[in-house]
Ligand binder design. Sequence first.
Ligand SMILES: CC(=O)N[C@H]1[C@@H](OP(=O)(O)OP(=O)(O)OC[C@H]2O[C@@H](n3ccc(=O)[nH]c3=O)[C@H](O)[C@@H]2O)O[C@H](CO)[C@@H](O)[C@@H]1O[C@H](C)C(=O)N[C@@H](C)C(=O)N[C@H](CCC(=O)O)C(=O)O
Ligand SMILES: Nc1ncnc2c1ncn2[C@@H]1O[C@H](COP(=O)(O)OP(=O)(O)OP(=O)(O)O)[C@@H](O)[C@H]1O
Length: 506
Amino acid sequence: MNTVSYSRPVTLHSIRQLLPSASFVGCGDIYFRDLTPHSDDCQHGDLFVAVPGTNCHGNKYGTEAVLRGASGILTDTPCPDLNASQCVVSDVRRSYAWLCQYLRGRPSEALKTIGVTGTNGKTTITWLLRSILNASQKPAGLLGTIQYDDSRNRPVTSSMTTPDAKVLAEWLQRMAVAGASHAVMEVSSHALDQKRIAGITLDTSIITNITQDHLDYHPDFENYSSTKALIADYTHHEGQLIINGDDLNIRRALERNRCVQKPITVGFDDQSDHWIQIESMDQSSSQFRINLPSHVVNISIARPGKYNVMNAALAAVTASYHGCSDEQIINGIENAALPPGRLQQVCSDHPIHCFVDYAHTPDAIENVISTMKHLIDGKLICLFGAGGNRDRSKRSLMTQAALGADRIILTADNSRQESTQQILDDLISGFPAGCCADRVEPDRRTAIRWAIEQAEPGDCVLILGRGHETSQLIGDQSIPFDDAREAKQVLNDLSAISSPILLKSA
Ligand SMILES: CC(=O)N[C@H]1[C@@H](OP(=O)(O)OP(=O)(O)OC[C@H]2O[C@@H](n3ccc(=O)[nH]c3=O)[C@H](O)[C@@H]2O)O[C@H](CO)[C@@H](O)[C@@H]1O[C@H](C)C(=O)N[C@@H](C)C(=O)N[C@H](CCC(=O)O)C(=O)O
Ligand SMILES: Nc1ncnc2c1ncn2[C@@H]1O[C@H](COP(=O)(O)OP(=O)(O)OP(=O)(O)O)[C@@H](O)[C@H]1O
């Protein structure tokens, strides 16, 4: 986990003062310097936060934390066997996140905060927003799947999409100290469920879309989508809740949660508050028109796909509510550094098209394939696998979503502790009767080479699922592996073979 190295607080805090409704066991108050939910990180004078976790209850580690110097324990279940001061609250995760923000000086109050949730598009939208805000002299910090950045453009590789509450508070403090005006952050469904953003009031929240994912963690789709819609509860009542208005799953989830805030809709439906019309599209860009609060503007984004137009439109509308001018929005999107591994073209002299993309949900796979199918003349060759120890029920749906491709190659993704063969079998089960993969090859390197070798001039190879990732997780091993680099190597080898004259002169 990335932590920010700030010196430990020297002030002693009274938990009774900070959480007046809490009750106490074995003491009348607990004074603490800092707090941590992991016993290993406990230092002298810390409050140990016993989180009711997904694997076990943190109470299990209370003794260990006290031996390491914890001044007391924050818990929801008093522990009679524990010889330690205990503070009992009804919602440990919420109290923990709130205390983290308090200890770092409530940094979000010094920032305009924008939270982006949804199944797909969070990273793309946050990067677009950062670009627009920076183009508008509004320095923006960013927290998301690929990197954390305090606005000074010295990003750190991230370990989680939405960091744990303590790391989150530290990064927000770092942004405030760096002079950022805005914090743009991805908010995962795990983070919403675990209340990692409690203690923060978002000025604007965005919901991109809700389709199936993470049903290993959430009991069902309804729970997953309602959890996504919880972002509305963190949104300032005078702020904006901006949604993809074309997505019925979002509307249903907001209704189920009895959300009182009226969302601002962005969509291809002409009834949307902000109506998008696509003007043109090619393999490397899309042009569209949208009515922002001020005028109708024409915007270009350097990626194809209706879904990328939606991403850009959500970013544009959000930026306009944050005071960015039409010109700043247009320039910010047009010149944005887009996240690696999102329809990233692998360029070479070899006369085929090759893209690496992070599509790892059925909806994303279907979108990428349908986008590219309309933009190329040749065959579409699609390679993907599925992550292990993650939503197993989406695997057969991923295969069904890929049936629009002319050829399908199944291979390993991050198998983690699961058997790669089991994952491949789950993927294979998605083929309708009489239909099968063109090749099932567990070794991703071999599979990529084979896929590219099958392509003829004008064909397009889509390498899906791992996007920007630079290591593959197989068992307990993390093996360096970069889809774009692998593809580039194969393309270079093939272009060298087909251009012997070039080789000779090299
Ligand atoms: C499933 C999940 O989300 N777990 C997260 C959760 O852990 P948990 O509360 O379930 O912890 P637990 O393992 O049950 O342990 C209970 C308690 O005992 C403590 N403990 C445990 C062991 C020990 O030796 N000592 C000790 O004190 C733990 O710190 C914890 O407080 O809360 C922890 C603190 O916030 C997170 O670090 C941890 O994320 C794990 C590492 C994780 O991988 N999460 C992924 C699934 C995740 O959150 N991903 C999303 C993005 C998903 C996506 O879009 O792809 C993200 O936002 O990154
Ligand atoms: N608006 C969208 N609708 C559907 N699919 C999308 C959308 N935007 C991106 N995608 C697909 O999802 C993939 C991941 O995009 P991105 O990283 O922006 O989303 P994300 O929500 O951050 O994903 P994750 O939570 O998995 O990190 C892209 O490579 C693309 O295939």
